[in-house]
Write a protein that binds this ligand. Structure first.
Ligand SMILES: [Mn+2]
Length: 388
């Protein structure tokens, strides 16, 4: 063979070899891509399975929790690991399988810890809950004043208080229609007609209303008239009532019981939240101690504690906690200074003839001085009439 054609053949051979190699590389690249896609799919499937497993673990957790049994069961865990090792098809060594599954078990237990945290707790929800009632916020950083008479008595009384609140730029009006009185012979409130009167006044001035409901059976009726349901101190552990208001989607003002600990108040709020209603406003209203200088002892430290432990807004009822008009201004200032989202006060056109709490309700002059003092100290914003 001539040298020229030999060189041509060699060149041809080299060209073909290059192409073959390139072809093989292309094939390898394609195969790799395919396998990577396969891995991605398996990862997604594993993730789906882990979520599915977590779902079952949660359901087991609920059942165990209801029975008061701990979620962590070392015996059961050991049993599961042994079974897995027995079934291990390879190529992972048994130790690796044990390690991997222990991690999965541990993550599931962590899931239960998260579950155990109360719905109302700060640990569960970091951000402050802002309860918005007909466009007005409680807990949004601007303190509110909730004011009104202890009891709704007459349309004239309500109209007078309405004018006063309106002139002071107050949006939240309180007024009791169902009164849990210490003595059965004391005025028990007007009931539904009282709520109707409250609503009429609210419509006239554009107020948002709060009133106490004592009976779970009255909740539905009350919703025709009021915007916020109050669960009073004496009903803080009326669990049927808590469940009933929890089943609504209406804001609830929950007062601390006369002898309730902060923890008990938080659990009472949890009853409401557990039914799906997290529009809860807590209210510190004084607790029973041996002190007689005040009607109750205002637990001022409860305010920052509740703000830390829960994500709910907190109000302070300065009227019932002190029972004394002469210290209402400094006490309200103290409440707002420690972080309360507002204060609740009682005001009546003629406290001396009021049908309930006559000694502690402020008259109009006292109330005006009260508001002036809070404004002067910049504890609340300047007045802006709701409806002038
Ligand atoms: Mn009262």
């Amino acid at each position: 063979m001539r040298a020229g054609s030999q060189a041509r053949l060699a060149a041809e051979w080299r060209r073909r070899t290059r192409e073959n190699i390139k072809g093989e590389i292309d094939v390898t690249e394609d195969r790799l891509k395919e396998m990577r896609t396969e891995l991605d799919t398996i990862n997604s499937e594993l993730l789906q399975l882990l979520s599915k497993r977590a779902d079952v673990v949660e359901r087991i957790g609920h059942l165990k929790h209801a029975r008061g049994v701990s979620m962590y069961d070392p015996e059961r865990e050991k049993e599961q690991l042994e079974k897995l090792v027995e079934e291990n098809p390879g190529p992972f060594p048994d130790a690796a399988i044990r390690h991997l599954f222990k991690q999965i078990f541990q993550a599931s237990l962590g899931l239960e810890d998260q579950q155990r945290k109360l719905l109302v707790s700060r640990a569960r929800t970091v951000a402050d809950t802002v309860v918005t009632v007909r466009g007005v916020e409680i807990g949004g950083g601007k303190p509110v004043i909730v004011a009104g008479p202890c009891s709704v008595e007459t349309p004239e009384q309500m109209e007078k208080v309405g004018q006063l609140l309106n002139a002071q730029g107050i949006t939240f009006m309180r007024g009791g229609a169902f009164k849990p009185r210490t003595s059965p012979y004391d005025f028990q409130g007007l009931g539904e007609p009282g709520l109707r009167m409250l609503k009429q006044t609210a419509q006239q001035f554009g107020f948002v209303t709060i009133s106490e409901i004592m009976n779970p059976a009255d909740v539905e009726m009350a919703l025709q008239y009021i915007d916020v349901i109050q669960v009073g101190a004496r009903n803080m552990q009326n669990f049927d009532l808590l469940k009933a208001v929890g089943s609504t989607r209406v804001p609830v003002l929950l007062k601390r019981g006369l002898s309730a600990t902060i923890e008990e108040l938080i659990y009472a709020a949890e009853y409401i939240a557990s039914k799906g209603n997290e529009k809860i406003i807590l209210c510190e209203r004084g607790i029973r101690t041996y002190e007689k200088a005040t009607r109750n002892t205002l637990d001022i430290s409860a305010v920052p504690i509740l703000k830390q432990e829960t994500h709910l807004p907190v109000l302070v009822d300065v009227t019932h906690s002190t029972g004394r008009k002469d210290i209402m201004i400094p006490v309200a200032k103290a409440a707002l200074a420690v972080g309360a989202d507002g204060v609740m006060v009682e005001v009546h056109p003629e406290p001396s003839v009021a049908l309930s709490d006559s000694k502690q309700q402020m008259n109009f002059a006292e109330f005006t001085a009260f508001m002036d003092a809070l404004r002067a100290g910049q504890f609340i914003a300047s007045a802006q009439p709701v409806n002038s």
